[in-house]
Design a protein around this ligand. Structure first.
Ligand code: HDE
Length: 717
């Protein structure tokens, strides 16, 4: 596996070269190249005198500083990005002529930006929210952007409602609260009147909205697109990203604590993994639907609130993306990158999904404001890796110096260049799908089934996943002040699943049954098909789709997982050492956490280096805990409230916990688990044995960490 690039010392003058005096170093200059001789003092009339207007160096520096900010993204403002590459497994020529999907030997560079949706640029990474998953492929045919999310469906069916949705979820306008949170009245007021949002609501109330890592979440193109091959044959397609590290999440109470302990939790995790050469990878998947099957399903392929169950159309994994390089500069790359679902290459095309169609307008429009003008495609991260030739000219901050006098077409003076490219020369030709119909503000009848797939999702969850959804809804709606909104929501949930509505209502103290008048879709369905859809459930109520649940997925192993080793003076140093080595061999890291920083003295008198003091960290920043023996160490940790909280919290968040020697007593005291004392496994996530060596125990412990969480612990409580 290739390593990330060596760290460079930035901004330092080059070392002097022996015998030649100082090398011409990067001296400080003004923006116009003038070397600066004093960057510590402004120019004054005498050392105690007023600053002189003449100080052009001061003015230049401060003016630039005053203009350092650009408007943050109106949505998806908080993000983290990285570079990498994509490789297809085998040619997809049968489906598409897209050049980057033909040759398994070809590595196509990519830039990926992950984001949350609702929060501001400085908000916490672990808000309950959908995550953006935007990929820019720098292909030999121009840039292709797949601007997706980590949830396969969306709240609304029509682009016209997007500003309303976002206004509702963003902080309320009168007091700008709450930040990066949907648990407030305006969001649920809107949702309670938009039954089409119920499917996505269940996804965002599920653990999918709390990924353990950006490296451990799926991605989806959401809309139906088209793949078009060289013969012009088109297939409908849904795009997927499947993480090779498995699909994992954190608990809600943990997410809230992480937001306080480390608001940068996910961007730090991504950065550190790539920096350490642990390159995250996703497989690229496609669900293909023949054109003739467009109307085969009980839902409309154009409806972005519906997915195609994987059991109906399997996901074919056709390639792999690897992220292997952190950005050099967050602003230049992650902040200035400009994605657009309309950045296509030949062989990929749109469907008529009305949400997608609205997006095709929105993204360029927003960049014009955010990046300050029409030349944002010249910013390095946005530039295609192929030459750009056209007659577009000028505008704010134009970088290109376009030579010659011809900036129009047709022309003879430039020999007719640049020329149009026919399809054979790689010119983009829109798929000639026919479009005809009366001008109408409405939607097809199949769009009006808002609950079948929401119910399918809920039914397909494991018991603990359902419990998390109930808890999330109790939390969110519990913060809503208006009882009418809460009741409307219970009514809508009842349309999805009576048990779900009952459980949420019980948590809110709302008496059942609640009857609501279903908010009407104000849009007019196309003639005839509304009645048909209302009488027909879109999915058989007995069906479940296992692919919708996060349970029972391949774990992805424990590479890059973080394990806390709790210790104090008197710890059994061989246990610490053996566990650290076993974890490192499995690709994880064991960090020694102690009441104080520095170096501990082990039971045998040897040194044990402390990575972090208890004061500076928290159990929520680790995946698992190991408590090695050592009488004095355990006695000291037992007197330390922070250490005890560390263990009991890790237990409450259903993490793997291991202990050897006297460590077993402390774990038993903090987990109320009698079985933990002598290895009778009441709980598979408690890997404790007084007599075992750390090395022997590490095998089971590593296996337990790979299972990620023991959510049944919550159900048993
Ligand atoms: Fe976006 N969306 N969106 N969106 N979206 C933006 O573009 C918009 C939608 C998504 O990391 C904005 O450059 C409309 C669905 C991602 O830079 C803006 C509609 C999906 C990102 C915009 C949608 C997305 C954005 C804000 C409904 C999942 C972050 C800044 C018609 C498939 C990209 C910007 C990045 C960003 C508009 C719906 C994903 C305002 C109008 C559905 C991942 O143009």
């Amino acid at each position: 596996m290739a390593k990330s690039r060596p760290k460079q010392a930035r901004g330092k003058p080059a070392d002097s070269v022996a015998g030649t005096g100082p090398a011409p170093g990067p001296y400080l200059t003004t923006n116009h190249g003038l070397r600066v001789n004093d960057d510590q003092h402004s120019l004054k009339a005498g050392v105690r005198g007023p600053t002189l207007l003449e100080d052009f160096i001061l003015r230049e520096k401060i003016t630039h500083f005053d203009h350092e900010r650009i408007p943050e993204r109106v949505v998806h403002a908080r993000g983290a990005g990285a570079h990498g590459y994509f490789q297809v497994y085998e040619s997809q020529a049968h489906y598409t002529k897209a050049g980057f999907l033909q040759d398994p030997a070809l590595k196509t560079p990519v830039f990926v930006r992950f984001s949350t949706v609702a929060g501001s640029r400085g908000s916490s990474d672990l808000a309950r929210d959908a995550r953006g998953f935007a990929v820019k492929f720098y292909t030999a045919e121009g840039n292709y952007d797949l601007v997706g999310n980590n949830i396969p469906v969306f709240f609304i069916q029509d682009a016209l409602k997007f500003p309303d949705l976002i206004h509702a979820v963003k902080p309320e306008p009168h007091n700008e609260m709450p930040q990066a949170a949907s648990a407030h009245d305006t969001f649920w007021d809107f949702i309670s009147l938009m039954p089409e949002s119920m499917h996505m609501i269940l996804w965002v109330m599920s653990d999918r909205a709390l990924p353990r890592s950006l490296r451990m979440m799926e991605g989806f193109g959401v809309h139906t697109f088209r793949l078009v091959n060289a013969e012009g044959r088109s297939h409908f397609v849904k795009f997927h990203w499947k993480p090779l590290l498995g699909l994992h999440s954190v608990a809600w109470s943990e997410a809230q604590q992480i937001s306080g302990q480390d608001p940068d939790f996910q961007r730090r995790d991504l950065w550190e993994a790539i920096d350490q050469g642990e390159f995250p990878e996703w497989e690229f998947g496609v669900q293909i639907v023949e054109e003739k099957d467009e109307h085969l399903f009980d839902f409309d392929l154009l409806d972005p609130t519906k997915l195609i169950p994987e059991e109906l159309v399997p996901v074919q994994r056709i390639g792999r993306m690897t992220l292997n390089r952190n950005v050099d500069n967050f602003f230049a790359e992650t902040e200035q990158v400009a994605f657009h679902p309309g950045h296509l290459v030949p062989g990929i095309d749109f469907s008529d999904d009305p949400l997608l169609q609205g997006r095709l307008f929105s993204y360029t429009d927003t960049q014009l404001l955010r990046l300050g003008g029409p030349n944002f495609q010249e910013i390095p991260v946005n530039r295609p890796q192929v030459p750009v030739h056209n007659n577009q000219r000028d505008g704010h901050m134009r970088q290109a110096i376009d030579p010659g006098r011809v900036s129009y077409s047709p022309n003879t003076l430039a020999g007719g260049c640049p020329m149009q490219a026919g399809a054979a020369a790689g010119g983009f030709v829109s798929h000639p799908a026919s479009a005809e119909g009366a001008r109408i503000r409405g939607k097809s009848g199949k769009f009006l089934d808002h609950f079948s797939q929401a119910a399918l999702f809920y039914r397909s969850q494991s018991d603990w996943e359902r419990a998390h959804i109930v808890q999330a809804l109790r939390f969110e709606l519990g913060k809503v002040e208006s009882s009418a909104i809460r009741e409307r929501m219970i009514g809508l949930l009842g349309e999805v699943d009576a048990g779900l509505a009952d459980a949420v209502a019980a948590g809110l103290g709302i008496a059942m049954p609640v009857t609501i008048e279903l908010p009407l879709n104000r849009s007019v369905p196309a003639d005839g098909d509304a009645a048909e859809s209302e009488s027909r459930p879109a999915v058989d109520s007995a069906d479940i789709s296992k692919a919708l649940s996060m349970a029972d997925r391949p774990s992805g192993g424990i590479r890059t997982r973080k394990v806390a080793i709790l210790a104090a003076d008197g710890v059994d140093e061989p246990s610490v050492d053996a566990m650290q080595k076993a974890l490192a061999a499995a690709g994880a890291s064991g960090k020694v956490i102690a009441p104080q920083g520095g170096v501990l003295t082990g039971a045998g008198g040897g040194p044990v280096a402390v990575d972090l003091s208890l004061l500076c960290t928290s159990s929520v920043l680790f995946d698992a805990v190991y408590v090695p023996g050592g009488e004095a160490s355990i006695a000291a940790l037992g007197r330390d409230g922070g250490a005890k909280r560390f263990i009991s919290e890790a237990f409450r968040h259903c993490k793997a916990i291991a202990a050897t020697g006297d460590g077993c007593d402390l774990v038993a005291a903090c987990t109320d688990d009698a079985g933990s004392v002598e290895g009778e496994r009441a709980d598979a996530g408690l890997v404790v044995s007084r007599g075992a060596t750390a090395r022997a125990l590490s095998v089971d412990f590593i296996d337990a960490i790979a299972q990620h969480r023991f959510w049944h612990r919550e159900m048993d409580r």
